[in-house]
Design a protein around this ligand. Sequence first.
Ligand code: ZN
Length: 162
Amino acid sequence: MDKLNQEQQYSLNDRRELMRRLIRVAIENAIPVDEYDQMSEEQQQHLSHATAHATNLQDYRIFMEELGLKEAEIKDIVVHEYAHADKANELGATFEGYQILLLKDENGWIIPAPRVKISYPEDWSHEKYVAVLKEITTAPEEYGNKLSPDDINDLKKTRPNK
Ligand SMILES: [Zn+2]
């Protein structure tokens, strides 16, 4: 291996080590699923200590490999979350990163909950926000994937109040 390749290899290993640490910290802080279910939506959005945050798909992939997910599951999650991210960028919302929130069941088994972090311009009207949220939420279907239970929940928010 020449020097340049050695350096590239070194920084790749470094990156993996960093991602490994981030996911481990999130796993240690995993939220019991019954606790999570009782939280408000606002609280559910602010669980950074139990969340591993990646800015790109390579790092996101490392999280999932470290969690022991199978390649087919990883691919499925990547396609799904990428669809949300891509649609957000297309429609003028701000994609801020790929995340995995770590939950745990009553036996301590870890349940990874993949999601994307998206923010919306503050000057958007509520109608505009709801219309864009709906498109971002349903994007995985458009990209040949399926909606998650969380997506279906989010869609309920986009229905007009009666
Ligand atoms: Zn989704």
